[in-house]
Write a protein that binds this ligand. Sequence first.
Ligand code: GLN
Length: 283
Amino acid sequence: MISVLESVNLSSKYLTEKGIDSARMNAELLLAEILGCKRLELYLKFDKPLSEEEIVKYRNYLSRRAQGEPLQYILGKVEFFGINFVVNGNVLIPRQETEILVETITEKYKASSNLNVLDIGTGSGIISICLAKHLQNSKVYATDISETALKTAKLNADENFVSNITFLKNDILNQDFDIITKFDIIVSNPPYVSSGEYLMLQKEIVNYEPKEAVTDNSDGYTFYKRISSIAGKMLNPGGELFFETGQGQAENVKNIMIQNNFANTYLIKDYLGIERVAAGQKI
Ligand code: GLN
C-alpha cells in the first residue's frame, strides 16, 4: 500500500528527473484531481492509502506529464479570470496575461451597457465568456476558424450558464463577415508568434497546442494587419478595437492601427511590465 504522501514524494522526484518545472506542484495537482480534492486538502490525507485504480490513473497522468503534455490538458480544465474553463488539445491554453485584455474592457464598460461585441479567434471562448458574463445586456459574437475550438467554446458557455453569445465559424484572413450588425467592441488575441519564434518555443507548446492558434506562419503581424484593415467598417463610430500583443509587438501594432485610421490609440502593460494590450477607437 502506498500513501498519498509517499506517492507525491516519488512522483515529484520522477517529474524532476524528467525535467518538468514545478514538479511537486504538478505531482500534487494531478493527484488532487484523481482524489477529487483541492491541492491543499492533500495535506489532510497524507496517510491515506491509494487504491489500485487511483494508482493506475496517477501513473498514466504522470507519464503524460513526463512526456511534456501540458498539465492543463491532462486536468482538462483551467481557471481564468475566476471562472472555470474546459480545455483540450483543440484550443490554446488560456494565458494569465490575457486577463489584462479582459480586464481592460470590463473596467471600461459598465456592466449594464447594451453593446455588440465581436471576439475574433475565440479558441476556448475565455474572452467572449468573461465579457458576456460582465456585459449581461450585451450581445457577444465569437468566431473561430476551427470547428473543434468552437465546440469547446460552446461547451464552456453552457457550463458557465452564459447565453448571450452567438458562435460563428469564420476564416478571418480569407472570408468576409456575413454579420450585418455593427459592433461597439472588437477584440482579438490572435496567433501572433512569428514562424521564426515558433521554432524556439518549448516542446510543450509545439507538440501539444494547436499550431494555428499560436503562429501566423509569417512575421507575427498577419492578423493585426488584416483585422485592423477591416475593423473600421465593422465598428460603430466611437467603437473600439482591442488586441492582445506579443512581447515587443505592441508599438508596431499601435502603428498598424493608426495607419488604418484608428484614433486615441493606447497600450497597456501586464503585471510583468510588458506591453500587452493595444487599443484604439474608430472616430
Ligand atoms: N481567445 C483565446 C485566448 O485568448 C484563443 C486565442 C488563440 O487561439 N490565439 O486564449
